[in-house]
Design a protein around this ligand. Structure first.
Ligand SMILES: N[C@@H](CCC(=O)N[C@@H](CS)C(=O)NCC(=O)O)C(=O)O
Length: 230
């Protein structure tokens, strides 16, 4: 298996966690978003959407992290990322989609940097407000839903990671990278800590990728301040 990805892309981070949780061997093909490699003709021949991640298995190429995860669950079911009762599964998808559809697209480089900053001419402060607003808005709902459904244990649904956590944790990485204050979200922060202690999450962290610069800030990797004794 091959994964086109970018070390700091949160959508790529989601799929890396899934692959590591399922112990699937994969090779990474880095696509440098900063250099604009995702917009090249060559990459667009693989993914006409010009987004990472993209999973390749034999002759088959698959984009969109949610589609990739559902595919992996069907072909490599151990452990399942979406499991339990029909209601549990709907809850897991609800939480994953909250991040995938309501938070992440608003802060994607093509929306936030290229359109809000570039085309609409927002200044740095306005851009930061935009970025923080969508994360805080979405995470407040995520925290409220954790309380409403009472399905969380160590993770969003019970005591093992599900697809919802694979969306939540990379989104928290982005939040911390851009200094969003997560103090109000105690349940979310507890899940984050449980997740980043796991090997699969550690291996998938942006800081652990071969292309990550040595001096990048430690957020979720082995040197995360969250993992240091207080
Ligand atoms: N819904 C897509 C989102 C993929 C996505 O937006 N990837 C970002 C990186 S996290 C990207 O390639 N952005 C390129 C851009 O915005 O120009 C998924 O879940 O795979």
């Amino acid at each position: 298996m091959k994964l086109y990805d970018y070390y700091r892309s949160s959508a790529s981070y989601r799929v890396r966690i899934a692959l590591h949780l399922k112990n699937i061997d994969f090779e990474t093909i880095p696509v440098d978003l900063l250099a604009g490699d995702h917009k090249n003709k060559d990459y667009k021949a693989h993914n006409p959407q010009g987004l990472v991640p993209l999973l390749v298995e034999g002759d088959n190429e698959l984009g969109q992290s949610l589609a990739i995860m559902e595919y992996l669950d069907e072909t490599y079911p151990e452990p399942l990322l979406v499991s339990g009762t029909a209601l549990d599964k709907a809850y897991i998808r609800q939480m994953a989609l909250l991040v995938a559809c309501e938070i992440h697209p608003m802060n994607n480089p093509k929306v936030w940097k290229a359109y809000v900053g570039g085309k609409l001419g927002a200044d740095e402060k306005q851009m930061q407000d935009w970025y923080h607003f969508w994360i805080l808005d979405g995470l407040a709902a995520y925290e409220a839903l954790l309380i409403k459904y009472q399905k969380a244990g160590a993770f969003t649904c019970g005591d093992t990671p599900s697809m919802a956590d694979l969306y939540l944790i990379p989104q928290l990485y982005n939040a911390r990278r851009f200094n969003v204050d997560l103090q109000a979200f105690s349940k979310i922060r507890a899940i984050e800590l449980n997740a980043i202690k796991l090997d699969a999450f550690q291996k998938a962290a942006p800081e652990a990728q071969a292309t990550a610069p040595a001096d990048m800030p430690a957020i979720h990797g082995a040197k995360s301040p969250l993992l240091q004794p207080s």
